[in-house]
Design a protein around this ligand. Structure first.
Ligand SMILES: Nc1ncnc2c1ncn2[C@@H]1O[C@H](COP(=O)(O)OP(=O)(O)O)[C@@H](O)[C@H]1O
Ligand SMILES: [Mg+2]
Length: 451
């Protein structure tokens, strides 16, 4: 199974861990404890629990941890427990059992004052339906949290302006939310959440209500913002492509449980079970597989300190026309061809660096195939994969890419279990809001899950 073991070895207070959720349960209904105390009921099917007790097990023994600066995505169908989970993390919903550690502190033990402090200083929340105050201007909305904290007007407006700027709303400070488009209103929501300078940002389907084009743009902007601000992000979505685009890691939820945690690539290439496989099967490999996955190691590698005659000998012995050249510590230098080495020898040159082929393409290990294709198509040579530190890590050929794409399309083996129809059944109601008394455990329309 893929990465389902959930960092249980993270010690309390590990400075790298920002949020740690341990064995979290949330039962809605008249008598949550009745469900918790009954070992059979605890693990029973949702419908059975509802029938027997009138309660809903919204979270069942959920554990995971989010590292500092990580973009962590919770993904699952409507009703799978995403909102409940993200709300439990800051106790907007009270966990029935289990613990939530924020920067190593168990916030389930906090009193009201500590809790309010934490929400003001450490965490910020962005909601799907923006949740703006309709009769207050953009800047008043953004500065509102600081006002509650008792910050003077001048100072809070100054701070608010910084974030209004960052989300691209300069000039809109004095307008009312109703004058703004949905995308702009959500920018206000993001600026408001950032203004208190929280280290952890929780976003519950922030872009789900927006048009696809605006949505993509907002995703790009959030990624940029994250690069700049380096918050810890806990981001909820029911959209796989959104999850794959923004997430460092993705946790897939079903019926209140996390059934897989991993990078987008892990989840796509190594789904933990038939449910996840079904979920991800339409994800285009070109958008997901990266150079790191498809690259190969060259049969020959030349070193900058080798002379041209030695290099020629090596190329001929290996029966290849060209090879990459690296310097010490595998730093990437370039590529030489047999022809260029021969002409270097004729000119009595001594350094391979004087024979490098100018027409060369390189890419990073995380370049997705979609972006690799134009690169490999534009050069006669393999594309060099070079990491952030300038080290050569592998090479990509057109043929490798094609082979990988074809392999991805071969259907899974015949004995693949099929997912029960009702597990991914479309549901008429895809709203993620619930009235307090109307539990529903349906799914989203398929098209919504796999756009
Ligand atoms: N306040 C509530 N009272 C009773 N049941 C609830 C309440 N909130 C959520 N639920 C139920 O808990 C489950 C998980 O809901 P939710 O966390 O909103 O899922 P998601 O955000 O993934 O769509 C659903 O079955 C939902 O009906
Ligand atoms: Mg929800």
């Amino acid at each position: 199974m893929a990465d389902t073991t959930i960092d249980s070895n993270n010690l309390d207070g590990d400075p790298e861990v920002s949020v740690e959720v341990q064995n979290l349960w949330k039962v809605f209904g008249p008598d949550p404890q009745q469900v918790m105390d009954d070992p059979v009921l605890r693990m029973a099917d949702k419908k059975e629990v509802l029938r027997k007790t009138g309660g809903v097990v919204a979270l069942r023994d959920v554990s995971f941890s989010v590292n500092k600066g990580e973009f962590f995505v919770l993904m699952g169908l409507s009703g799978s427990g995403k909102s409940t989970l993200i709300r439990c993390v800051i106790r907007l919903a009270e966990p029935t059992s289990g613990s939530v550690l924020i920067h190593g502190e168990d916030i389930c033990k906090y009193d009201e004052v500590q809790l309010a402090n934490m929400r003001r200083h450490t965490t910020g929340m962005v909601f799907q339906h923006f949740g703006l105050l309709p009769h207050r201007s953009v800047i008043e909305n953004v500065a509102y949290g600081l006002k509650v904290r008792g910050v003077e007007k001048e100072e809070r407006y100054e701070k608010a302006r910084v974030y209004i700027d960052k989300v691209g709303l300069k000039g809109w400070e004095d307008r009312l939310p109703s004058a703004l488009s949905g995308g702009m209103q959500q920018r206000v929501g993001i600026a408001r959440a950032l203004t208190g300078d929280p280290s952890i940002l929780l976003l519950d389907e922030p872009f789900s209500g927006l048009d696809p084009l605006i949505r993509r743009q907002m995703q790009d902007e959030l990624i940029e913002l994250q690069d700049e601000l380096q918050k810890t992000l806990l981001f909820v979505t029911h959209d796989l492509h959104e999850a794959l685009k923004v997430g460092d890691r993705i946790a897939i939820m079903r019926d209140g449980e996390i059934i897989q945690i991993g990078t987008g690539e892990d989840v796509i290439t190594n789904p933990s079970d038939a449910y996840v496989r079904q979920f991800v099967q339409d994800a285009s490999p070109a958008k997901v597989l990266t150079a790191r996955t498809v690259m190969e190691q060259p049969s020959v590698l030349l070193y900058s300190w080798q002379g041209p005659k030695a290099a020629l000998q090596i190329l001929r012995d290996a029966n290849v026309d060209s090879a990459f050249v690296v310097t010490r510590n595998a730093r990437f230098l370039g590529l030489v061809t047999v022809d260029r080495v021969v002409s270097l020898i004729r000119k009595r040159g001594t350094y391979l660096r004087d024979a490098l082929e100018p027409d060369l393409q390189t890419c990073g290990p995380d370049t997705v195939i979609e972006d690799l294709v134009p690169l490999v198509a534009s050069t006669r040579y393999p594309v060099a994969v070079v990491d952030e530190d300038g080290r050569f890590v592998g090479e990509v050929y057109v043929s490798t890419i094609i082979a990988n794409m074809i392999q991805e399309q071969v259907p899974e083996d015949a004995q693949t279990e099929t997912v029960e129809a009702d597990e991914v059944a479309p549901d008429e109601d895809d709203s993620s809001e619930h009235s307090e008394d109307s539990p529903s455990d349906g799914g989203l329309p398929k098209g919504d899950v796999r756009p």
